[in-house]
Design a binder for this molecule. Structure first.
Ligand SMILES: [Zn+2]
Ligand SMILES: [Zn+2]
Length: 349
């Protein structure tokens, strides 16, 4: 296969708001690396932070940087020594490049690697016509899987890692925060046999998407209380499993108050600086709290694909589709709050 030497990419070119669609060199895969021709990408909340150039991204991003880490594409070239992949094979990839030799990596807990580097954050990412990653990060995609859905498997992986952390079968589940990951967590908990699923937010657009994914109650906290929903759904002792997906301190505290004694809480939302909780909710209720980062490498990926094959439909979470040349519209949709997953198409026009 012949490659151009340059490609289109969405680049954070300078320390300021926005992104630039520009030409950059096509990466050349080194030993043990593969080159992926990108078909579709999805915009993550992380990308919006970088686009908006908030305090977190100012600390984290060194310019110039090609951003993006949610994608599907095909193998376009193999670096020296790569034998397990074929040109043309449809793939996605784990977005954390880990060291493979720290204690956690060697124990099979790569998601806790102390040297982890994020694709599209600490190294060049997927909002480009080509992406180069180590072969160990490649995720082969089964034939016939909807590429639009695969394009946001990275985010679906966060949802799966969180929703599968504790047994939800027959349990009452509270999810705080109806972003795309919270919305997907609703579908996962439903698929896995939860009794009742309640999700909270103040964004009605996203709560409506959560309903489509199977929430029993999508509570708009500006209009209704969770307690009312609990009464309606006959949830008597509190929630068995909590999933914090908003990063909002008030939501986290409310979640802890609404848990039953002995309940389990998975924490994905990135808490703001100085977030305070009432520790006595944890202590006297005997709650278990588990922080969630990334996806389990690679057990989460296995379960994600298996659940889709078993019929989990993630398409309701897709709300916008644009060509990459119209990326500004995509970020506008994400910043408006009236979106689920926004997909960018990278095929040539
Ligand atoms: Zn993401
Ligand atoms: Zn490591």
């Amino acid at each position: 296969m012949k490659f151009p030497t340059t490609m289109d990419a969405l680049v954070k070119t300078e320390a300021a708001k926005g992104l630039t669609l520009t030409k950059v060199p096509v990466p050349i895969p080194g030993i043990g690396e593969v080159l992926i021709k990108i078909h579709k990408t999805a915009i993550c909340g992380t990308d919006v932070h970088i686009y908006n150039w908030d305090a977190w991204s100012q600390q984290k991003i060194v310019t110039p940087r090609v951003i993006g880490h949610e994608y599907v594409g095909e193998i376009a070239a193999l670096g020296p020594g790569v034998v397990d992949y074929k040109i043309g094979q449809i793939v996605s990839g784990e977005g954390h490049i880990v060291c493979h030799h720290c204690r956690n990596c060697r124990a099979g807990n790569g998601h806790w690697c102390k040297e982890t580097k994020g694709v599209g954050v600490e190294r060049d990412g997927a909002f480009a016509q080509y992406l180069c990653i180590p072969e160990t990060n490649v995720i082969p995609i089964p034939d016939g899987m909807d590429e639009e859905v695969v394009s946001f498997f990275d985010a679906y992986g966060n949802a799966t890692h969180t929703a599968a952390m504790f047994d939800v079968t027959g349990e009452d589940v509270l999810i705080t925060g109806a972003g795309p990951i919270g919305i997907m967590a609703v579908g996962i908990a439903r698929q896995n046999g939860a009794r009742r699923i309640v999700i909270t937010d103040v964004n009605q657009y996203r709560l409506d998407l959560a309903k489509k994914m199977g929430a029993d109650a999508a509570v708009n906290l500006s209009q209704e209380t969770v307690e009312d929903a609990m009464k309606r759904l006959n949830i008597v002792e509190g929630f068995d499993v909590g999933m914090e997906m908003s990063g909002n301190g008030t939501a986290l505290n409310q979640l802890l108050k609404l848990m039953r004694n002995g309940g389990n809480v998975a924490l994905l939302g990135i808490a703001g600086p100085g977030t305070v909780i009432d520790w006595n909710d944890v202590i006297f209720k005997g709650l278990t709290l588990q922080g969630i980062y990334g996806r389990k490498m690679f057990e989460t990926w296995y379960k994600m694909m298996a659940m889709v094959e078993a019929g989990l439909d993630l398409t309701p979470v897709i709300t916008h589709r644009f060509h990459y040349t119209e990326f500004e519209k995509g970020f506008e949709a994400m910043n408006s709050g009236k979106s689920g997953k926004v997909i960018l198409d990278w095929t040539e026009r």
